[in-house]
Design a protein around this ligand. Sequence first.
Ligand code: SF4
Length: 62
Amino acid sequence: MANVTINDECVGCRTCAGICPEVFEMKDGVAVVIMDPIEDDFLEDVQDAVDSCGFGAIELTD
Ligand code: SF4
């Protein structure tokens, strides 16, 4: 299990929502997390999203 937060650096590029729509959704121009805590089955996709966010806006914690 892990938790994910979006920080103030999000510019709303939609990359994370494209990679893992089960966890990330766009709202009011920025990403929001819609799964908390993250189910283990989605951890790999979430890590992909973390690595793909060019703004360092996704924070993954155990
Ligand atoms: S990939 Fe990063 S910058 Fe883009 S919408 Fe997601 S959190 Fe925001």
